[in-house]
Design a protein around this ligand. Structure first.
Ligand code: ADP
Length: 214
């Protein structure tokens, strides 16, 4: 099963993607995580995308599509995957359609997480993550047991550079202009499942499974 997760920054796609991947035993493919990993490892690609990511802008379609091509060529996606943060533009969606067609496959469902702007601002403002293991916390909604410290790694939590308020506005604008139109793109094919993105992660997962019928 190939699922696309759609929703504005802070809608909880990453959290749901991890839960869905575990529930269906298929890989979680997050282009944001892949780019952050490249940055952290200081690769050529990482250096190329660093400035644009830190500003809250989108990496070019060419760079993103070729990274995804390589990932989807790996054997572990045979049984499906959860696409989190990809596609993010109509150009990427068209590219994905061509790629999947070549593999004799297609997108099964597009999960669209609906969250008010007010909730998004709070979620992003309070989000902190572990630089060592990538675990994500929230100052009030999902705090670590020791303030500012990762439960698993014991290291200090950090705020993502692009979660800083001045960058968030840019990400929201990019989302509205370039990613929001994807909902219409997939709705035309009857693939969109709208979900309330507010609530406990496990409850949202249960509702998602109910709507997917599995
Ligand atoms: P968010 O929390 O906004 O959903 P992600 O972790 O998915 O953020 O992505 C972080 C950043 O990585 C984006 O702001 C963008 O710069 C880059 N990025 C991730 N996925 C894509 C993509 N599909 N196309 C272009 N840029 C991307």
């Amino acid at each position: 099963m190939i699922l696309i997760l759609l929703g504005p920054p802070g809608a909880g796609k990453g959290t749901q993607a991890k839960l869905l991947a575990a529930a269906f035993s298929i890989p979680h493919i997050s282009t944001g995580d892949m780019f952050r990993d490249q940055k952290a490892r200081g690769t050529e690609l990482g250096k190329k995308v660093q400035a644009i990511m830190d500003s809250g802008g989108l990496v070019t379609d060419d760079i993103t599509n070729s990274m995804v091509d390589e990932r989807l060529a790996r054997a572990d996606v045979m049984s499906g995957c959860i696409l989190d943060g990809y596609p993010r533009t109509v150009g990427q969606a068209e590219h994905l359609d061509r790629l999947l067609a070549k593999l004799g496959r297609g997108v099964d469902r597009v999960l669209s997480y609906e969250v008010s702007e007010e909730a998004l601002v709070d979620r992003i403002g309070g989000r902190r993550s572990c630089p060592a293991c990538g675990a994500v916390y929230h100052l009030t909604q999902n705090p670590p047991s020791r303030v500012g410290t990762c439960d698993k790694e014991g290291v200090a939590l950090v705020q993502r550079e692009d979660d800083k308020p001045e960058k968030v506005r840019n990400r929201m604008q990019e989302y509205a202009a370039k990613t929001a139109p994807l909902k219409g793109y997939y709705a035309g094919r009857g693939l969109v499942v709208e979900l309330d993105g507010l609530g406990a992660p496990e409850a949202i997962l249960a509702e998602t499974r109910r709507r997917l019928g599995r």
